[in-house]
Structures are given as C-alpha cells and as structure tokens.
Design a protein around this ligand. Structure first.
Ligand SMILES: NC(=O)C1=CN([C@@H]2O[C@H](COP(=O)(O)OP(=O)(O)OC[C@H]3O[C@@H](n4cnc5c(N)ncnc54)[C@H](O)[C@@H]3O)[C@@H](O)[C@H]2O)C=CC1
Ligand SMILES: O=C(CO)COP(=O)(O)O
Length: 322
C-alpha cells in the first residue's frame, strides 16, 4: 500500500520521510521545482533543505495520482484546505489524516469540519509538538492522533506509528484541533515578548494565561480539558513558545522589534499559521462568548496596533481570580 501526502512544505516532507521507513509514499506538491528536487536530488531544497530523503518518497505535481493511495496525510496550510481537497481525487474515499493547524477564516470552521464539507471520507487529525526538521532527522517525537471512530483510530495508530514517532490516541478531534490552532497565536505573542525584551516572567505569564484562554475556548467548542493539557495543546504550546525554530514565534519576535506584519509575512514562501488564525480565533471566541485577551492582543498587533498600547491594555485589565 502507498501513503499519499498532500503538500510539499516542511511538514508534509518530514512526514513523508518518517512514513517512508514503513511504506512507499507519494507526495503531491504544487511547486514543480519541489517535485523535481525530490525526485532527482532527493531533497526538498525549498522547504526542508539539508535532509536526504528516502528513495521510497516519490513526488508528483499531478494531484489525480493521489488515487493510488488509500490513506492521505493532508498537510497544506489551513486556509487552503478547502480548495486543495476540492481538487483532489476523492472518489475512492481515501482515509484523510488532517495535519494543518488552524481555523478557516470566514466559516470559523476547524479542519475536520472543512473536510466534512468537501467529502464524506473517514477522518482523523494529527497534531502535537513536532518541528518538521527534527521529525525528518528521526529525533524522538510524540504527537496526538485524534479520531472519533473507535475502530479506525487504533488502526491508524498501528499504521502510522514509527520507531521515533510515537502516536497517542484520543477520540477528541475538536480538542486536538483547537490546541494546535490556538498555540500558533500564542507563539506569536511569546515571540513579541522576546522581541520587545519584556522578559522571561512575562513569557511564563503569557504561556500560563494563554493556556487558560485555550481551555476556555476549547471547552466552549466541545473539547476536553485533558486533551488541551496534552501533547496537542500544552505540549505544542511549550514547544513553539520557547524556540526560534518556530515560524510563529519568529514572526512575533519581528513584531516585538517593531517590524510590520506585512514586512514579516509578505512574500514569505513559508507559512506562519498563527497570523491567519489570530483574527479568526478572536471572531470565533466572541461568537462563543469567550474572553481571549491575549489572542486579541496578538490580532491587534498583526493589524498594526502600536505595541505600547497593546501591552498597556493587557496590563490595565481588571484584576480577577485565577
Ligand atoms: N513545519 C512544521 O514544523 C509543522 C507544520 N505543521 C502544519 O503543517 C501545515 C503546513 O505547514 P508546512 O509544511 O510547515 O508549510 P511550509 O511553510 O513549509 O510551506 C508552505 C506550504 O504552503 C503551500 N501553499 C502555499 N500557497 C498555497 C496555496 N495557495 N494552496 C495550497 N498550498 C499552498 C506550499 O505549497 C507549501 O507546501 C501548517 O498548517 C502548519 O501549521 C504542523 C506541524 C509541524
Ligand atoms: O507546529 C509546529 C510544531 O509543532 C511548528 O510550529 P511553527 O509553525 O510555529 O514553526
């Protein structure tokens, strides 16, 4: 059998490399250069340079060829999931494992909800603390596989687990998705703290109070607290809020240094999902009646609000019980 991967960015390529230790992988990338590089140089020089890819990873720019795979890891950015899936050959009803971390703008839908709009394929979500470069190099990683189907979930874990890629199963798909989407927004906030030199106390406060926001929002959307406290929530929050390897954290550092979102994001080939997700989370939280001041602060900064005003607004909020 063959595993299909949709998306030739860093994470799609890293997952393809990890999966290739057990099965053949067919990776669809939209950039012909990425396809050519993988097939000839065995390297994705555009998005994951420096990693020698297995001969069991084949790349294609013809999405129709994904019909050769019964299982797809769907790794395109969150805001493009609907369009990409809409163009994919879904007639043979492949199992979809959704790997993007975000919430769709406009619809305010999570990735599994977007996929369910497009097709009726069996669904799971893969999320958790996993920098692509480390997974691709075979460093030990543990992430969450979320699947509501009690038969499919364990079968997927058996098929996708690898020696250095441990999978923890949950049936809480919403929880796994909310954790991954919200942590990207909070990682931008932690980057701002770093870039503006606000200190380590402020960063710890932002992680803890940001986690409280993730919990409130997640529970309002039907997530379970233990999922949000696990790998896909708190685990990924800690990873991306403490490392310049995180693109979201790095965008925050730039904002904290006074650079504009347009300057930091415009023209970049790589995706910092939190930038698109921040205003969406704010809108979704308001719709759910949930208070998320840190997410709002990040959205305001991305929209161009002055840093001093945003920090002042956060610090002057009424004191409350923890
Ligand atoms: N890089 C990482 O360490 C991890 C990334 N993720 C998630 O995986 C998803 C993909 O991220 P990466 O692979 O890192 O991307 P990347 O930043 O390495 O590359 C950008 C990707 O976006 C795609 N893209 C750009 N415009 C597009 C369009 N109009 N339609 C469809 N695709 C388009 C490009 O083809 C490329 O695959 C994101 O949701 C990210 O949060 C999850 C875990 C780890
Ligand atoms: O989601 C990630 C690690 O789990 C990658 O984070 P960034 O997208 O911020 O680089």
């Amino acid at each position: 059998m063959t595993i299909g991967v949709i998306g030739g960015g860093a994470w799609g390529t890293a997952l393809a490399q990890a999966m290739a230790s057990g099965e053949d992988v067919l990776l669809w990338a939209r950039e012909p250069q990425v396809v050519a590089d993988i097939n000839s140089a065995r390297e994705n020089r555009s998005f994951l340079p420096g990693v020698a890819l297995s001969a069991r990873v084949a790349a294609t720019d013809d999405i129709a060829r994904l019909a050769e795979a019964d299982l797809w890891l769907v790794v395109c950015p969150a805001q493009h999931l609907r369009a990409v899936l809409g163009a994919a050959p879904l007639a043979h009803r492949p199992t979809l494992v959704l790997c993007a971390k975000g919430i769709e703008a406009g619809s305010l839908k999570l990735m599994a909800e977007v996929a369910a709009d497009v097709c009726d394929a069996p669904l799971a979500v893969l999320s958790g603390p996993s920098f692509a470069g480390e997974v691709a190099r075979g460093l030990p990683t543990a992430i969450t596989l979320a699947c509501a189907d009690p038969v499919l979930g364990p079968a997927l874990v058996q098929r996708l687990v690898r020696e250095r890629l441990r999978l923890y199963l949950t049936d809480d798909v919403v929880g796994a998705e909310i954790g991954g989407a919200v942590k990207n927004v909070l990682a931008i906030g932690c980057g701002v703290v770093e870039g503006a030199g606000l200190g380590l106390n402020a960063r710890a406060a932002l992680i803890a109070r940001g986690f409280a926001e993730m919990l409130r929002f997640g529970i309002a959307r039907g997530a379970r607290a233990e999922t949000l406290g696990g790998l896909s929530g708190l685990g990924d929050l800690v990873l991306t809020c403490t490392s310049t390897n995180s693109r979201n954290f790095s965008v925050g550092v730039g904002l904290g240094q006074g650079r504009s979102a347009a300057e930091l994001l415009g023209g970049s080939a790589t995706v910092a999902e939190g930038a698109a997700t921040a205003p969406v989370v704010v809108a979704a939280a308001r719709a759910a009646g949930v208070d998320m001041p840190i997410a709002e602060a990040v959205a305001d900064l991305l929209a161009g609000a002055p840093l001093a005003d945003v920090v002042e607004a956060l610090l002057s909020r009424p004191l409350r019980e923890e």
